[in-house]
Ligand binder design. Sequence first.
Ligand SMILES: CC(C)(COP(=O)(O)OP(=O)(O)OC[C@H]1O[C@@H](n2cnc3c(N)ncnc32)[C@H](O)[C@@H]1OP(=O)(O)O)[C@@H](O)C(=O)NCCC(=O)NCCS
Length: 183
Amino acid sequence: MSAAEIRPARPEDCASIATVHVAAWRETFRGLLPEAVIAAQDQAAREALWRPRLEAPPPDSAVLVAEEGPGGPLVAFGACGPQRGTALPFPGEFHALYVLRRAQRAGIGRALMRGMAACLLGHGFDAASLWVLRANLAARAFYTELGGTLVGARENPELGGAPEVAFAWRDLRALAGPGGPGR
Ligand SMILES: CC(C)(COP(=O)(O)OP(=O)(O)OC[C@H]1O[C@@H](n2cnc3c(N)ncnc32)[C@H](O)[C@@H]1OP(=O)(O)O)[C@@H](O)C(=O)NCCC(=O)NCCS
């Protein structure tokens, strides 16, 4: 059970989401990605990325955040919506999921995946996938624990050609529903 409060993101969360995004990137990807790729992900770049999505949210997408207690600082966020690429046959996609290291292994990632699965189902997407760095073994173990199955591989030019693998959930109800992997 997560001690954090999960809620939909608001436009005023933009700076906090960018802060979590940059911090989690540095904590997770130092040593896994070229340093230049990591250095480019600064606060201003991340705020520019998230601001339009929070101020004018696409109707079939969602951004969820986790507060450390009611009204507390944000420690995690997740984003989902339609499939962005053409390589995978699943209608929905988990676009991002980041939990600060100090808040990990407390059920927050599971709660965000469960909440995003419910949002995707609400938008009419019954299956979804995501891309994760092949070398990110911790995240891969997490997605496997939540019932995801490996469905693809690529080299991502936006990350200096880093190898990634794809996980998919063919029935999001199992992830979203009570008693399933998203419990
Ligand atoms: C991967 C991540 C989202 C998991 O979130 P979390 O809140 O730490 O995970 P949860 O506490 O919900 O874990 C649920 C279960 O997943 C598995 N799991 C989670 N983290 C794991 C790890 N590092 N190693 C092995 N299994 C793990 C466990 O079975 C865990 O249950 P348990 O703690 O009762 O054993 C989080 O660690 C994170 O944001 N990492 C940094 C950024 C990142 O890699 N994002 C993914 C990019 S695609």
